[in-house]
Design a protein around this ligand. Structure first.
Ligand code: FAD
Length: 370
């Protein structure tokens, strides 16, 4: 009989995990309290951008992110093939811009360590930048141009993943209300708020910003907490933007559907996904510095999501030492879309017995805080 894996949470991490497990032949069930992709995952800007995201020296998190980026070309083809749905995977490259000559030194040291990882990124001066991105502000003095970074349209990506899972035979239960773990040591039983129960052989916890609710159940520390991200989008109209544009204060991502995503704030607001005037106006003011034509535009859409942050900035990925049938895959903070490919395959490796490489296993161990 096939082993039955229950995945708690139908965000991008739960869906990617279920997709990887199902194509390796496992029976998989996803339990989602609201709708798949309805929380942080559907709210994301969709950047696959480890170089732009991680500015300091490389660590196991950076190498995990880079490895996911390099898997993405094949992964997105697999998801597209299994779902029949396109989600605007775009190899646009990125420009990380600075406004002061004195910041070029920081760009040089950043690019020096990136090159050790095979990056072909280079620093481009103002004149070359104008050719690459004609609408960029004259205030920009230089940028790191990285060809490798790309992006997807996150709302469509989660739909594609869900459809791929369904086509692979994954059982998906949505709108279950908050699921609780009734028993897990000798047998695994999960319950909905209305009392319906689900059983399985193994549990993968992909409950994002809500993962901390399971601390008492498993008697370990799970320091995952929600960081609100407010974000907005413009209609582009005649203006063209070719690359992901990032600065130390925010980013702009041009989408194939003619919109420009402008993100994103980071604030603590509990589990509120309310959009505030202050949060959005800050973004608008920061990011129009990169593209002055935004001065004439107003966002047509604003929204927010809850990033699952952890105490040390690394995700929780791996199984409990004494109970290997309980696996954590949560706490992906700002990079869950990027990390979906690598995480899905990593969980499938854990379940099938291959496991993680020792450095990743140690750095992301789910019991490291206990
Ligand atoms: C504004 C914004 C922009 C972002 N931009 C990017 C980006 O450009 N690139 C990138 O890589 N990442 C980005 N991120 C981060 C990314 O969205 C997250 O890292 C990722 O979505 C986390 O996925 P997840 O599946 O862990 O969480 P979620 O998508 O939040 O999914 C967790 C799911 O678990 C369910 N759940 C929780 N508890 C229970 C329970 N008890 N019972 C049943 N279901 C439960 C929830 O309902 C939820 O659907 C962004 C995030 C935000 C907010």
């Amino acid at each position: 009989m096939k082993e039955h894996i229950v995945v708690l949470g139908g965000g991008v991490i739960g869906l990617a995990t279920a997709f990887s497990l199902s194509r390796r032949g496992y029976e998989v069930t996803i339990l989602e309290k609201t709708t798949c992709g309805g929380q942080a995952s559907g709210a994301a800007a969709g950047m696959l951008a480890p170089y732009s995201e991680i500015s300091e020296d490389p660590d196991p998190f950076f190498t995990f992110c880079l490895s996911s980026l390099r898997m993405f070309k094949e992964w997105q083809q697999d998801v597209k093939h299994a779902s029949g749905i396109d989600f605007e995977y775009t190899e646009s490259g990125s420009l990380h811009v600075v406004y002061h000559e004195s910041d070029i030194l920081a760009l040089e040291s950043r690019i020096a360590w990136q090159k050790q990882f095979g990056s072909e990124a280079e620093i481009v001066d103002h004149n070359r930048l104008k050719a690459l991105e004609p609408n960029l502000s004259d205030d920009v003095v230089a940028a790191i141009h990285s060809n490798e970074e790309s992006h997807v349209f996150a709302p469509d990506y989660v739909i594609a993943l869900k459809t791929a899972c369904e086509n692979n035979g994954v059982n998906i239960y949505e709108n279950t209300g908050s699921i609780t773990v009734e028993s897990w040591i000798s047998s695994l039983v999960l319950k909905t708020e209305e009392g319906a129960s689900f059983t399985g052989d193994r549990l993968v916890i992909c409950s994002g910003a809500w993962s901390n609710e399971l601390e008492e159940t498993f008697d370990i520390r799970i320091p995952v907490f929600p960081i609100r991200g407010q974000i907005c989008a413009y209609e582009l109209g005649q203006e063209k933007v070719n690359h992901i544009l990032t600065s130390s204060q925010g980013y702009l991502v041009p989408k194939e559907n003619g919109t420009l995503v402008n993100g994103a704030s980071e604030d603590i607001a509990g589990f509120s996904t309310t959009v505030t005037e202050k949060g959005i106006s800050r973004l608008v003011n920061w990011n129009k510095r990169m593209l002055p034509f935004l001065e004439r535009k107003t966002p047509f859409h604003t929204w927010a999501g809850l990033r699952p942050a952890t105490q040390d900035g690394f995700p929780l990925l791996g199984s409990l030492e004494e109970h290997p049938h309980i696996i954590f895959a949560t706490g992906h903070y700002r990079n869950g879309i990027l990390l979906s490919a690598k995480t899905g395959e990593a969980v499938a490796d854990i379940v099938s017995g291959t496991g993680l490489d020792p450095e990743t296993a140690r750095a992301f161990h789910p019991e490291r805080f206990s």
